[in-house]
Structures are given as C-alpha cells and as structure tokens.
Write a new protein. Structure first.
Length: 364
C-alpha cells in the first residue's frame, strides 16, 4: 500500500494537534499509533512508554496480530536489555538515532538482526521492523515498533522520514500525558510495604510477597500498562548485565490511577547468584521531581532553579547557589511558570508536588 503525500501531511498535522490536547499518556499513544498507521501501514505494532533516565519500558500496548500475545516477552527482553543489538532502543538513544528500519539498517539482510532471526521471523512471520524512539534532551520517553510481513514491502526511506518527522510531536504528547493524568487518592488500608518478586535463573517468578500480585494486577488496569510482565522482564534482563556503562535497572512509572511507583531490580546475593529481586515501592517526592520537571520541557538550568524553589530558597539564595544574578533567576522563573502553567512559586510547588504525590490516606 502506498500512501499519498497529502494523506501523510494530514496525519502529521493531526498528531501535532493531538500532542497539545493533554490526553493521558496511554490514550494519546493509542490514538497517535492509530493515526501513524494510516501514513505508514503495518500488520502489527508495539507501543511503549519509557523512563527517560534509563530507557527501560514502563508500559506496553500491542496492536494488530500482536495483541494478546505475551509468550515471547522474556525472549524479547533478553535481546533488548541483555544483549548488544545495534538496533536496541538504548543504542539508538546513545547514537541519537530516532527512526530506523531493520532491513534498511542491515543492508537488505534483516535476518542479521538477532531480534529478527530469533524472534520476529520464526515466531511471528515478520520480515521487517521500523523502530522509532520519542526522545528529547531529557532522554527517551517512548518508542514504537512497527512490523511488516512477507507480503509487504520493507520500510523505505520515505517511511522512515515520515516517522522521524512526528518524533517531536509524539514526545511532547507523552510528556504532557504524564502531567495530565489524574491522581486518585488511595485509602490507608492499601498495603504500604514494599512488594518483592524473586525471579530465578530461568526467568520464572518463583516467590513474591503478598502485596506483589495485587501491585502487578494494578499495573494492568489501563492501556499504557496492558502487559505488565514485559516491564518486569525488562528490569530483570537489565539487572543481569554486569556492565558499569549501563544505567541501573530502575524505572518510575505512573499507574492508571495516577500514582507513581518506583520499580528496581538487582542480583540477589548468596546462592547461585543468578536470582533477581524486583522491588515495587511507592515513589517518594524526590524520586519523581526531576521527571516531572523534565515533562514540563524545562531546560537543565530551569530544572536547577525549580529544585531550589522546592527546597524553599528565595531568589537571592538561588542566585548565589547557581552563580547567577537575581535578574537571571527571575527570567528563569518566568519561563518555568509559563511552561508549568502557573503564576507563582506557591502554585509551582503545588503543581509539581500535590498533583503528582500525596501521602497515603490523602482524600483531597
């Protein structure tokens, strides 16, 4: 199927408008992926949100013939996070690549990709994959993989150019979606202890604390986290890598009820040393402030100013700490207020803190 340039332009314009509508992230990505498929057709797609600090999956939605198919999630995670595939998302981010076609990347020999040869071709019958990473200066916020089969042409340069062109808009939409999500207060009766899952050397979940299963089930409520085990498998495979240059196996994600969690994985000491412990905790304010600030689209210096505002520092103290003039600090604050949609420091603190974090039992 060949899509005309007018139709492609309409899709791009539609995604651009959608990115400013402040839809929740999962809803925005679902609609953006649907629109994108009209410009760049595929037989299936996998849409993911990522933690920009580590580029690890925080939510997954599968479309087309992949919908409901989870049998290969462990294998996929081993290749994506446990190996050194040149088309892995982390590698794309490091090389500042945003849109690639696997067949195009390997000179017409897609089977040279481990992911294609071991998984996508034999299990699903796909013959090409286009990967797009939605990234900005803060990191990668999401990604989409689109697939074609033996009856389809491979993704060409025109397809990749179209996908590359929508990266800024979709990145903006994901960031705005995280901020737009409504937080639902939870009861004191909810479990407050950490939830722990033990994964053995064969990637089986062999033990878990009582609250872990309910936490995992909660992640499945909503489109953005429709397949929560992919998240756990990704963390486990990252934790298995003894590589100091690889970011830690840690993510922050927002649940469908608007609450923030921190998930981390590390090797369990003792025994055979191959077991992995995955911990799921409620996020504390300091763990999400930088992510929320980045989602506003703040520059690095603006984030520094916000961090000091949240600590209660006044303009003169901020200027002294950052070696700036008070006038420059005020300019930064004005830019921050505009991006956050507030008009005062008090509103900024409320926007960053109360919209995204509140202690258990908060009813309002």
């Amino acid at each position: 199927m060949v899509v005309g340039s007018a139709a492609v332009a309409d899709v791009r314009d539609g995604i651009e408008r959608m990115s400013r509508s402040r839809l929740p992230a999962s809803e925005f990505l679902t609609e953006a992926a649907e629109a994108l498929s009209r410009a760049v057709p595929s037989v299936a797609a996998c849409v993911a949100t990522l933690d920009p600090a580590t580029a690890i999956v925080t939510g997954v939605t599968k479309r087309g013939v992949l919908a409901g198919r989870n049998e290969s999630d462990v294998h996929w995670a081993r290749i994506e996070y446990g190996g050194d595939d040149p088309t892995a998302v982390r590698t794309m981010v490091a090389r500042r690549r945003t849109a690639i076609g696997v067949d195009h990347e390997f000179g017409g020999a897609a089977e040279r990709s481990m992911r294609m040869a071991e998984l996508l071709m034999p299990v699903f019958g796909f013959t090409d994959e286009a990967r797009v990473v939605f990234t900005d200066r803060a990191g990668a916020w999401g990604a989409i993989s689109m697939f074609r089969g033996s009856d389809d042409r491979v993704f060409d340069e025109e397809d990749l150019a179209c996908l590359d062109a929508v990266v800024p808009a979709i990145t903006r939409g994901i960031r705005g979606g995280l901020l737009a999500q409504t937080r639902v207060p939870r009861d004191d009766a909810d479990d407050v202890a950490s939830a722990v899952v033990i994964v053995d050397e064969e990637d089986r979940m062999v033990r878990m604390t009582p609250g872990a299963r309910s936490r995992i089930e909660a992640l499945a409520r909503g489109a953005a986290t429709a397949d929560p085990l992919t998240i756990l498998h990704s963390l486990v495979q990252r934790a298995r890598r003894a590589d100091p240059d690889v970011p830690p196996a840690r993510i922050r994600l927002r649940t469908p009820d608007g609450c923030w969690l921190v998930l981390s994985a590390e090797r369990l000491e003792g025994g055979r040393g191959r077991d992995i412990v995955v911990t799921i905790d409620d996020a504390r304010p300091h763990e999400i402030v930088d992510l929320v600030a980045a989602a506003f689209g703040l520059t690095a210096r603006e984030r520094d100013v916000v961090a000091l505002v949240l600590r209660g520092r006044d303009t003169r103290e901020i200027a002294s700490t950052l070696f700036l003039s008070p006038y420059t600090v005020q300019d930064h604050l004005k830019a921050v207020f505009d991006k956050a949609g507030v008009t005062s420091r008090r509103q900024l603190v409320a926007r960053v803190y109360f919209d995204h974090y509140a202690p258990r039992g908060d009813k309002g």
